[in-house]
Ligand binder design. Sequence first.
Ligand code: PGA
Length: 238
Amino acid sequence: MILCANFKANKTRQETRAYMAVVESFVFANEIRDTVIVFPPFTALEHDPRNVLIGVQNAYPALKGAFTGEITLEQLDEFDVKTILIGHSERRHILGETQEEIAQKFRFFAQEGFVIVYCVGEPLEVREAGDEALMAYVDAQYVGIDLTYPDLIIAYEPVWAIGTGLVPTNDQIQAVHASIRAKTSAPLLYGGSVKVENAQEIMALSNVDGVLVGSAALSASDFCEMIAQATELTTKGE
Ligand code: PGA
């Protein structure tokens, strides 16, 4: 299983240090073999990774240069960050990233060998328009994306489920994951209002290889609880 915590624009550097200390020691003490990735804000990327990977929530696709307000590969290298989140719905819808820009980021960071957590997902009006519209919408989010990239992880995150407490039914999650699975062998995460109460049930669904968690992962103890749930499933399946 793969468990990701996306802090978004939450937590200071101090808070992130305290959080990482808790999660690192939990993963170490419990000999967790599942993959754990934390995406803190830029200001808190520093980390001496032992058992938990650190990823960046966004970056500009260049080595360095005149890109005011952005960070690039040179700054990420300094922190030894080799994992990136691309295509998150907040970047698509709030920050206005186009599919073309997203694909450009994907190509650049794939060429640099990054682990890429690539997000797809539909807004509510598309979900309400039916399955065909939904899959056509998600398909358009693959334009320019190499689905055979070996370090690709895909996160299916319905926009209407992010930060809302609304979660698709298990059947709905499985249906979308099955259709993504038909296109790629990359691990598939579900994201959108995952919390301690529903994480294990979701992770047990077919074609779900982990979760991408926002608000509920801001609590280190809750995130650790979800890691424990994943490990329980992994051990059962062995
Ligand atoms: P949420 O966010 O868990 O707060 O819904 C998930 C995400 O945006 O990755």
